[in-house]
Write a protein that binds this ligand. Structure first.
Ligand code: AMP
Ligand code: MG
Length: 537
């Protein structure tokens, strides 16, 4: 990164704010920043902390354009001060929002923004509103027994992954910047009684709003139906105006939209191999975005039961393959919350049933694309898919590489089996697992696959192009994020920039960058941060 200049930034200081959320909804009348239960309010006004020495590690130029900011704006001192919480801009109205949630299946009561502070809704030149939020900028009334801060490792992971997801075409909150605060934060990473000082950081993130299922659940659980209705009406009028004026019928249609968006999100996660890791209802947005990147991970070897979250290692509630079912469960908690507004459970239950249909249809279409078929042909493709998904976990198979290499498998009927499977040579982690039986099963599946592809009568190059457009070559492999963290701790920021650059074009071959597309190296198999993560962040 260049040395920050000290020239004032006209664009940043002229950023306009239109704070619809805080204007329309009731504020906590208490202004002391003390941890407490907050009633009759959607948020509490609170100021971010001052930090010792804010220093920009990286920013996303695409997210910056959402605020009409160019490269010069992002490299100023002012930028680092504003997006670390050290300086407010005119028009900002900093606040933490009040929500609850079900965590690991249990009602957890009030949670709220414990270490997130919304600065305000910026309006860009196109008239779009973006809620600007800092994560790790200090305690709020919702911080419970924690400090409101964030460490570098979790902040870097959120920063890079948000932008990687965006470029993959997966709906997500956006990350503008990663800034070291200059302060240290104490964390017991393994919860084993050995806390250590770690570098503190703040991520600035953007979304239409950060409203979660848990915002509605909390008011419903407290029987505060007036506030529940006020928040719901605000959401519909502000973010879903095409639905029309709020009414019991419109509440139902709104919920249906959330179900559709959530189903589409689950299809995307399964497509790219993303495991959120903590799908609590407070980590689910009404916009169907990926939100709250914590102990998330990317599937390396295809194992639907895998979760990176050590806290969930036993129950595996939030493992890769269960994510659609958990999304459904979470949506059902939202129906519980919305029921008092609608009176009748029937439309909500219909939307929940439709969620399953949307998800399954979306999943089949998506899988057909991953395999390079022009359309999904239910009868035959269903069994082909089922058999593939049984085969993949039998030996450790890198999911990302498998689909990418499958595009290179020759489909000519006369080709000998070893030639057909040759492009897949590199996708296995443990060659010693490749028994004759397994090789036979793979060859048989590839023959069926080749035959199915031939029926589409589509040239190889065209199939490859279509497959490469949905099967990424570059994802934020868990160990890559950890390497970037290690470098920043050493004071070296360039790997963050390089990864950000590579992940901008995840579907392109990018000659010279193959080292970021390879299998996870063996040293990373059991290293914390690479294979397992705690919630400590
Ligand atoms: P998460 O599991 O990160 O979604 O967080 C669950 C709840 O804990 C949310 O209300 C967070 O705001 C809160 N939380 C997590 N980490 C901290 C922290 N370091 N300080 C204060 N609150 C936190
Ligand atoms: Mg959260």
């Amino acid at each position: 990164m260049n040395q920050p200049s000290t020239s004032p930034s006209g664009t940043l200081t002229s950023l306009r704010f239109d704070n619809r959320f805080t204007r329309a909804l009731p504020a906590d009348p208490e202004t002391e920043n003390q941890r407490r239960q907050v009633f009759d309010a959607c948020y509490s006004r609170v100021l971010p902390l001052h930090t010792a020495r804010p220093q920009l590690v990286s920013y996303s130029r695409e997210t910056a354009t959402l605020l009409d900011l160019g490269e010069n704006d992002c490299r100023t001192d002012l930028f680092a001060r504003v997006f670390s919480g050290n300086q407010l801009l005119t028009g900002m109205d900093p606040h933490a929002s009040c929500y609850g949630g079900h965590q690991f299946g249990n009602w957890a009561g009030q949670l709220g923004d414990g270490r997130a502070i919304n600065l305000g809704e910026a309006v860009n030149k196109r008239g779009e509103h973006w809620m600007v939020q800092l994560k790790g900028a200090g305690p709020t009334p919702y911080s419970r027994n924690a400090d409101g801060l964030a460490v570098l490792r979790s902040s870097l992971r959120e920063f890079l992954c948000s932008e990687a997801m965006f470029h993959l075409g997966v709906p997500t909150t956006r990350a503008l910047s990663l800034i070291l605060t200059g302060d240290t934060v104490e964390r017991d990473m393994f919860y084993d009684g050995h806390p250590e000082e770690e570098p503190g950081a703040v991520v600035c993130r953007l979304a239409p709003s950060f409203i979660r299922f848990g915002n509605f659940e909390l008011f419903a659980a407290r029987g505060d139906f007036g506030l529940l209705r006020q928040l719901t009406d605000f959401c519909i009028r502000t973010f879903f105006p095409h639905l029309g004026e709020p009414s019991p019928e419109i509440y139902g249609r709104w919920f249906d939209e959330i179900c559709r968006a959530t189903a589409a999100l689950m299809v995307h996660w399964l497509r790219v191999g993303f495991v959120h890791g903590v799908m609590n209802t407070d980590n689910m947005t009404i916009h169907g975005l990926t939100i709250d990147y914590g102990p998330y991970g990317w599937l390396e070897d295809y194992d639907p039961t895998w979760t990176p979250n050590t806290t969930d290692a036993r129950g595996r509630r939030y493992c890769f393959g269960r994510q659609p079912a958990i999304a459904h469960w979470n949506l059902a908690r939202l129906t519980d919350a919305l029921l008092p507004l609608i009176g009748s459970v029937e439309p909500l239950e219909q939307s929940l049933r439709d969620f399953t249909v949307h998800f399954e249809d979306g999943w089949e279409t998506m899988m057909a694309r991953k395999l390079g078929f022009i359309t999904f042909e239910s009868d035959q493709d269903r069994s082909l898919l089922r058999d593939l998904l049984r085969l993949l976990p039998k030996v450790e198979t890198d999911m990302t590489l498998f689909y990418r290499q499958l595009a290179l498998v020759p489909v000519d009927p006369h080709i000998p089996p070893e030639q057909r499977s040759a492009p897949l040579k590199e996708v296995f982690y443990r060659p010693e697992q490749l028994s004759d039986t397994y090789r036979g099963q793979l060859a048989a599946w590839l023959d069926r696959y080749a035959e199915r592809v031939r029926r589409d009568s589509c040239p190889d190059a065209e199939r490859r192009q279509r497959m490469d457009a949905v099967n990424p070559k570059y994802v934020l492999r868990n160990y890559l994020a950890q390497l970037a963290i290690d470098k920043v701790v050493e004071g070296e920021y360039s790997l963050v920039g390089e990864l950000l650059e590579v992940l901008r074009h995840p579907y392109d071959d990018q000659p010279g960058k193959e080292m970021f597309a390879g299998k996870r190296p063996e040293w990373a198999r059991h290293r914390p941060g690479c294979s397992m993560l705690s919630c400590s962040s």
